[in-house]
Design a protein around this ligand. Structure first.
Ligand code: MN
Length: 204
């Protein structure tokens, strides 16, 4: 078996958990496909008013969106360590999703694209880049975000398990984009694509 065939199989397998939780005939969410394209990698932070409000932080890597649920959302202050619970890989086209997941379905509630952009991988070991998908399995991810609200370095570090989900911390790296006075989670609540808030989407 070639390395290529092996990795292709691993990628499609990583969406099984995502698909097993959803009914394609009842939810507007994409069932999605994996992506093999290289070049610029996308990131998205989706504000999700589910049973409890949280922010889903997703990085395109290995043909899927590697995902974490961040209850308090990302900070621009390097002193703020934000809990991030690892969730199942999502299809890459989920980055475009904004809408309402119907009552009774998994994750029911409004979702907006709170921030969207591209990122660069900053993780290196021994002078070599560590692929983001490998960093996720190893528990260390460092990226440079080029979003509309979030910019600069962010580090994700696994600190242990929690209730069957891996427990990570999401922290702003100290760099020229760090700003302890900004608090975009509070001051910039709307979708960067439609200008809607989760309340607007829920009412609609
Ligand atoms: Mn969510």
């Amino acid at each position: 078996m070639t390395g290529k065939a092996r990795s292709g199989k691993a990628v499609s397998g990583s969406l099984e958990q995502y698909r097993s939780k959803r009914h394609p005939d009842r939810t507007p969410e994409p069932m999605g496909s994996t992506s093999g394209r290289g070049g610029r990698r996308r990131f998205v932070v989706q504000k999700h008013a589910a049973t409890s409000l949280h922010y889903d932080f997703r990085l395109e890597a290995g043909g899927v969106l590697k995902s974490w649920s961040v209850p308090k959302g990302p900070s621009t202050d390097p002193r703020e360590k934000r809990l991030a619970l690892r969730t199942e890989d999502h299809p890459v086209d989920y980055a475009d999703f904004e809408g309402t997941i119907p009552e009774g379905e998994y994750g029911a509630g409004a979702v907006i694209r709170w921030d969207v952009g591209t990122y660069r991988n900053l993780a290196e070991r021994g002078g070599k880049k560590v692929p983001v998908a490998k960093g996720v399995s190893d528990g260390h991810v460092k990226v440079w975000l080029e979003g509309e609200k979030l910019r600069g370095g962010y580090a994700l570090t696994r600190t242990g398990p929690e209730g069957g989900k891996e427990r990570w911390l999401l922290v702003k790296v100290k760099d020229e984009e760090a700003d302890a006075r900004r608090n975009p989670v509070n001051s910039e609540p709307a979708s960067v694509r439609t200008g809607r808030t989760v309340e607007d989407v829920a009412e609609e």
